[in-house]
Design a protein around this ligand. Structure first.
Ligand code: UDP
Ligand code: MG
Length: 332
């Protein structure tokens, strides 16, 4: 990897000393042996047609199927293909981080391996960034009819919540198909954030950005690697890394409950003073259960933030690179 000072941006090309890369395509890959040949067949002509030096950074996120061998085979006939192998499966965002950190291009485009996002848009994204001097071009999914109804509804809820919690700068339906300039990538590298949730973090940086819209296609092969529990984790991470609102919510709920309790207490004491006692089992059990639930909920929320602090303090790297074909021919 080029050290500080070893690299500089010259025109549209990021000069790493001995070789220049105009465009890096970062592809996180986890068990995509079926999708890979199709991806290569569609991606390569587009990139070759661009006539500029490029690299495809394929991040093998601990695949256990034939992905690794397939990538090696592809590389023998496609010299621009660079394989970064992670030691174990670290998740989509971590694989993306590894790819971004190791990319060399003046522009970097991240794209999924399953071809749900059309590589044909890559030249358009690049042209838009150059024409308008943009640092970010978001791929916006206008039509998600190819995704399941459940996926669409949960995604809509996610973006709704994020716009509320993290601010309106989060473009709705922007996934991880996007273009970043070298300046953005270098800025991302300096952030100490452990779980970088790019679709929220990148808009937050405030670089000038544009959009390009497309229809989301179906997965070309294989099954989604995002089961429900991972979606829930992403949503929880997104909330806790961008908003303290839930913590304040706990305070608000606490204050509200206190008022409610005081009112109830006054009423109960008044009735008692008047010589009547209440047959209270139902009200008692409802109160106990209700406040028990509220307390556990608030405790859980607090726990989410503590967990975040815990991971931040541990400061473990989110990924570990076993090999990078680039290191065989260092560029500096
Ligand atoms: N992926 C990854 N590591 C994982 C899960 C997924 O690198 O642990 C990759 C996967 O191979 C794909 C991309 O991340 O290229 C997006 O995953 P997927 O298509 O399964 O997610 P969905 O489109 O269903 O949200
Ligand atoms: Mg997908």
């Amino acid at each position: 990897m080029p050290g500080p000072g070893a690299s500089r941006i010259i025109g549209a090309v990021y000069d790493t000393g001995t070789e220049s890369v105009a465009l890096s395509i970062v592809v996180p890959i986890f068990n995509e042996e079926e999708a890979l040949p199709v991806l290569a067949a569609r991606l390569r002509p587009i990139l070759d047609g661009g006539g500029e030096p490029y690299e495809v950074v394929a991040v093998d996120d601990g695949s256990t199927d034939g992905t690794a061998r397939l990538l090696e085979d592809l590389r023998t006939v496609w010299p621009q293909l660079r394989i970064v192998t992670l030691r174990r499966n670290s998740g989509h965002q971590a694989a993306l981080t590894a790819g971004l950190h190791r990319s060399l291009g003046a522009y970097v485009i991240s794209i999924d391996a399953d071809l749900q996002d059309p590589p044909e848009l890559i030249p358009d994204m690049l042209a838009l960034a150059r024409a308008d001097g943009l640092d970010i071009v978001y791929g916006i999914r206008t039509d998600r009819s190819a995704d399941s109804g459940f996926k669409r509804r949960t995604a809509a809820a996610y973006y709704w919540l994020m716009r509320r919690l993290a601010g309106s700068y989060v473009p709705a339906q922007a996934g991880d198909f996007r273009l970043l300039s070298r300046a953005v990538v270098e800025t991302l590298k300096t952030l100490p954030d452990q779980q970088q949730i790019y679709r929220l973090l990148i808009p937050w940086l405030g670089f000038p950005g544009g959009q390009i819209t497309y229809q989301r296609a179906e997965r070309v092969a294989g099954a989604t690697k995002y089961p429900l529990h991972k979606m829930v984790l992403l949503a929880l991470d997104s909330v806790t890394s961008f908003s303290a609102v839930p913590l304040r919510l706990a305070t608000a709920i606490g204050a509200f409950s206190l008022v409610l309790c005081l009112a109830f207490l006054t009423w109960a004491l008044t009735v008692y003073a008047m010589g009547r006692t209440l047959p209270g089992w139902t009200s008692l059990i409802i109160t106990v259960l209700f406040f028990g639930a509220v307390q556990l909920f608030c405790l859980g929320m607090l726990g989410e933030y503590v967990a975040r602090i815990y991971t931040a303090v541990q400061a473990r790297p989110t990924y570990s690179v076993a090999s990078d074909t680039q290191d065989d021919h260092p560029r500096q």
